[in-house]
Design a protein around this ligand. Structure first.
Ligand code: C2E
Ligand code: CA
Ligand code: CA
Ligand code: CA
Length: 281
């Protein structure tokens, strides 16, 4: 028995060692990637449920690694958050997304009112400079503040509630919109919804694609929409993959939807094509 557990722990150590080495390599790589412009954004359309029109895009970061290929965010965002690299990474994402959206707006009159949604991590709020950076990017690109939406998770609100509330109010004063991402998966206290300047709730994918037979998810979706209505917030459903899911959302009076049914996240050229197709019917 002792021998066995000894062996397990040796294997475990070796595996842990490998994971640590891998993490260190990845961190050094990510640091270099920021300098070598290996990060890029993909865009996924957000569609009006009633009209089917594209209302905006969510910007999702990708890492075009010379050996590893296109690395998805789950592989490096947690590391970026741990190491603080999320600060320069986050600044890149905000400025690139705003610049790109402004380009599209200028290129096509039909795109004039489109918005771009950007994910913002906890660390970006904790460290100062987010609001000033956003203000600077808006001034530089000429993007209307209301065309920028920042997506934050409930964990951001819980981290340093007072400081975050202050930052959100400053963003609100700029005219930027705030969405709560992955709504329904976080903390149960909802009092913050009344106190903070929030514009949108994004219903987590798990409630949309969850194929539960007793219809519990469907009930949760309905409650979230009712809650949003009573607070004057707009609701976006994420992870919509099938027509029947969209039908249910339309029936439940959900405002917007996003998911593979409309398009996977695509690079900027393909996103522009989606816009052109939408215009030309
Ligand atoms: P998220 O903010 O919840 O983004 C939605 C994720 O769901 C995206 O994964 C998207 O590709 C995926 N998705 C969209 N529609 C569907 C669908 O119909 N079915 C399924 N199964 N999945 C769908 P992605 O791009 O891999 O991003 C994963 C997460 O990484 C994001 O989740 C977000 O938390 C984080 N992330 C991405 N870009 C950034 C960024 O620029 N900054 C920060 N801080 N986090 C980011
Ligand atoms: Ca998001
Ligand atoms: Ca989400
Ligand atoms: Ca998510």
């Amino acid at each position: 028995r002792a021998k066995e557990s000894g062996r397990t722990s040796m294997i475990f150590d070796r595996q842990m060692h490998q994971e640590i080495v891998e993490a260190i390599n990845l961190e050094a790589d990510l640091r270099a990637a920021l300098e070598r412009d290996e990060l890029l954004l993909h865009y996924q359309p957000i569609v009006d449920v009633q009209s089917g029109r594209i209302e905006g895009f969510e910007a999702l970061v990708r890492w075009d690694h010379p050996d590893r290929g296109l690395v998805p965010p789950v592989r490096f965002i947690p590391l970026a958050e741990e190491t603080g690299l999320i600060l320069p990474l986050g600044r890149y994402v905000i400025s690139e997304a705003c610049r790109q959206m402004r380009d599209w707006q200028l290129a096509m009159p039909e795109a004039a009112n489109l918005s771009v949604s950007v994910n913002v991590s906890c660390r970006q709020f904790v460290k100062d400079g987010l609001v000033d950076h956003v203000a600077g990017v808006l001034a530089e690109t000429g993007l209307a503040p209301a065309c920028l939406k920042l997506e934050i998770t409930e964990s951001v609100l819980m981290h340093d509630a007072q400081h975050t509330a202050g930052e959100l109010n400053r963003l609100k004063a700029l005219g930027v919109k705030i969405a709560i991402d992955d709504f329904g998966t976080g903390y149960s206290s909802l009092s913050y919804l009344r106190q903070l300047p929030i514009d949108h709730l994004k219903i987590d994918r798990s409630f949309i694609s969850g194929d539960d037979c007793n219809g519990e998810s469907q009930e949760i979706v309905k409650s979230i929409i009712a809650l949003a209505r009573s607070l004057g917030l707009t609701v976006i459903a994420e992870g919509v993959e099938h027509q029947d899911q969209l039908d249910k959302l339309r029936f439940a009076d959900c405002d917007k939807a996003q998911g593979f049914m409309f398009s996977r996240p695509v690079d900027k050229d393909a996103a522009l094509n989606l816009l052109r197709e939408a215009v030309n019917g």
